[in-house]
Write a new protein. Structure first.
Length: 299
């Protein structure tokens, strides 16, 4: 069973005929026929039925198709890896929290595009749990997330920087007049969750024994929408400080006199079996440098 035979098979399936497959692969129709026949003999099965109106895959052909496509894909990846001599290349599908995408990662994306033009980046903002699960099952190559430092099954992780959190309210919110806040002050106020599903919300609510019977919760997926809701007086929100630094500086939001009892960090995670991928290695190194420089510039 050869790759060129599998390529002939998948092309016949794609085009619907031996003649069109030959044109697509820039070879003769007898060549396609010979490759399909050799593949059928090697496997001991019939892959196509020849019908008056065309061809039809057999059940054996249907079973072979996904394997054939995977083999062709892996062969192409291997060929590119060899010809690139270890230079980072290929496509990286990356997950990230929206707050990180908007407030930490844009300089990194710019750096990667200039430094490694052969690496194609695709960035998707979703909550941390979904991102990490998607990394584990192979839908994502890697992910940036905010969370506590802890072992994560099947993943390698690296800490990029501490991510300070701040409790904020609108300038006219009644809690802004307090010199200190008790737990009841927080749990009796409407909580606005920016980035619904972010792990720091769970840590915060667990630390205060928060439940839905104590105060209403407004869930928003957008950081900007959450900031506008807080500024208008709808409630309070726990957010990464980097996302609200401008609003705190100009008075649109006010820092409340409360600090969480836990710490979270911006981190980068990837599958353990992807550790030798040059593109992932390049991204890890670049992220560490870019985020470190960014943090230093803000202190």
């Amino acid at each position: 069973m050869e790759t060129r035979q599998l390529l002939a098979f998948t092309t016949v399936v794609q085009t619907g005929s031996f003649t069109k497959a030959a044109a697509t692969l820039n070879c003769s129709q007898p060549t396609i026929t010979t490759r399909i026949k050799a593949l059928e003999e090697a496997l001991g099965v019939v892959l196509f039925r020849r019908l008056p109106r065309g061809i039809q895959m057999t059940s054996a052909g249907v079973e072979l198709l996904p394997f054939a496509r995977n083999i062709i894909n892996l062969t192409e990846k291997a060929r590119k890896a060899i010809t690139m001599n270890g230079e980072p290349h290929g496509k990286l599908v990356i997950g990230s929290a929206q707050s990180l995408t908007d407030y930490r990662l844009l300089p990194l994306i710019e750096y990667m595009c200039w430094r490694y033009p052969s690496v194609q980046l695709s960035l998707h903002s979703r909550n941390a749990l979904n991102n990490l699960n998607s990394v584990r099952d192979g839908q994502l190559d890697c992910a940036f997330f905010i969370g506590a430092i802890e072992p994560r099954e099947g993943l390698e992780t690296t800490v990029l920087c501490p991510e300070p959190l701040v409790m904020v309210a609108g300038p006219n919110h009644m809690l802004t007049q307090r010199q200190s806040l008790a737990e009841d002050d927080l749990t009796s106020s409407t909580l606005i969750r920016a980035e619904n599903g972010a792990s720091y919300h769970e840590l915060f609510e667990h630390s205060l024994g928060y439940d839905d019977t104590r105060a209403p919760v407004l869930e928003l997926d957008s950081v900007d929408a959450a900031k506008r809701a807080v500024a208008s007086g709808l409630g309070i929100a726990l957010m990464p400080e980097v996302t609200v630094s401008s609003e705190l500086a100009d008075g649109r939001l006010v820092r409340l006199p409360w600090s969480p009892t836990f710490r979270v960090y911006t981190q980068f995670g990837w599958r353990q079996d992807n550790s030798t991928n040059p593109a992932v290695t390049a991204l890890v190194s670049a992220a560490a440098q870019v985020v470190s420089d960014q943090v230093a510039s803000l202190t």
